[in-house]
Design a protein around this ligand. Structure first.
Ligand SMILES: N[C@@H](CCC[C@H](N)C(=O)O)C(=O)O
Length: 257
């Protein structure tokens, strides 16, 4: 069976999007790993599978897979890409609920939902206080997927990310953000992603960085987050939802044989 796919990216966080809405597509973990492989497959940071929605309010069900074959509950950059690919401002159904999307001035906004703030807070605090892990002033939240944000140099992402992703502190592993506060409306960020390693951008990581920085009173509720290839604008609304705005790019389509 041949399989059509679309290669997309959001600020360099790249995806293989497979549309299984009309013809069901089933992929094993091994097949996902093979497709994501940059040498032996197509190559991407996440594989994104579209299936029919089960919620009448949604236009599509979107599932996100890391290159190690694990499934993630959220992926901000891929959510913008799917919105751009489908057009007509779709509502995305994800493991983290319904995500409305809309387009303005060539940029896509996704309402990423309400962060869970108590996620891992106690273990992280214990780690800082008693285990002397290098988690200086770390904070954690879930954006539908687990994120810890460390307020320290982005240079540390390459050296500390892997060990922290796999630290016993995080039973489900975690995405580890390294955030430099440049001003009260600007964060510079690098993210070591669970199941993917260091990526050029992470949308849910940018949302988590702003939420965690607001909780530390380091930034305002609307912030520009700069990553390797550009900016996202993140707003943590007073009603609790986090809005993420940024670009989405289609690179090419192809057929798997
Ligand atoms: N690149 C993503 C996040 C992808 C999932 C993550 N690696 C996880 O396992 O939670 C984004 O843009 O949010």
């Amino acid at each position: 069976m041949s399989l059509v796919f679309t290669k997309m990216h959001g600020l360099g966080n790249d995806f293989v999007v497979i549309d299984g809405r009309t013809t069901p597509v089933t992929l094993t973990e091994a097949e996902i790993r093979a497709l994501c492989d940059r040498h032996l497959g197509i190559g991407c940071d996440q594989l994104v599978l579209l299936t029919p929605p089960t919620d009448p309010e949604a236009d599509v069900f979107v599932r996100f897979y890391n290159p190690d074959g694990s499934e993630a509950g959220a992926c901000g950059n891929a959510s913008r890409c799917v919105s751009s690919l489908l057009g007509n401002e779709p509502v995305l159904q994800t493991q983290n609920g319904l995500l409305p999307t809309w387009q303005e001035n060539g940029l896509i906004t996704v309402s990423m939902g309400v962060p869970k703030l108590d996620w891992q807070e106690i273990p992280l605090a214990q780690a800082c206080d008693t285990r002397h892990l290098p988690l200086y002033d770390a904070a954690a939240c879930s954006m539908g997927n687990p994120h810890a944000t460390l307020f320290r140099s982005i240079e540390d992402a390459a050296t500390l990310g892997d060990a922290l992703e796999h630290d016993a502190l995080f039973p489900e592993r975690a995405n580890i953000g390294f955030a430099e506060i440049r001003s009260r409306t600007h964060i510079r960020l690098r993210v070591w992603e669970r199941g993917a390693g260091l990526t050029l951008a992470c949308g849910s990581g940018a949302c988590a960085a702003v939420v965690n920085a607001v909780r530390r009173d380091l930034v305002e509720r609307t912030c520009v987050v700069t990553m390797e290839k550009g900016d996202l604008t993140i707003t943590w609304n007073e009603d609790g939802a986090v809005l993420m705005t940024g670009p989405a790019t289609t690179v090419f389509t192809g057929t798997l044989v």
